[in-house]
Design a protein around this ligand. Structure first.
Ligand code: AMP
Length: 111
């Protein structure tokens, strides 16, 4: 099922794109929760972390590489949070796998 991120990937909706290759796109979150709040999104339509298959694991390695690169680029490599929300009870609202990269302020302890 297509989502807002599928539409962004297909350029049917605008977004501030900060990284893109054939497999991954990274955009600024429209409602940032921190001075840096980037979404790293595999282009493959995977509904969430729990739907990942072993064949997708190399893609996850690449997602981590992109997170490291963007953290450095945004000057937050000393402290950031990198997370995904799996399922609505965890706060997932867009059912296309994505990872939040948050930093630029003291993020406190996860609660
Ligand atoms: P989650 O709640 O983990 O599924 O995260 C979805 C995130 O997507 C939220 O932080 C939203 O602010 C963000 N979001 C929703 N629509 C857009 C959009 N059109 N452009 C950028 N970010 C968006």
């Amino acid at each position: 099922m297509t989502t807002v991120f599928g539409k962004i990937i297909r350029r049917e909706l605008p977004a501030k794109i900060v990284f893109e290759n054939d497999r991954i796109i990274a955009i600024e979150d429209i409602h940032p929760k921190a001075p840096t709040h980037i979404l790293i999104i595999p282009k493959k339509e995977i509904s969430g972390l729990q739907a990942l298959q072993p064949e997708d694991f190399p893609l996850m390695g690449e997602v981590v590489q992109v997170a490291q690169m963007l953290a450095k680029q945004y000057g937050i490599e000393d402290g950031y949070r990198f997370l995904t929300n799996q399922g609505s009870s965890a706060g997932q609202t867009v059912f296309h796998l994505h990872f939040h990269l948050l930093g630029g302020r003291n993020l406190g302890i996860l609660g």
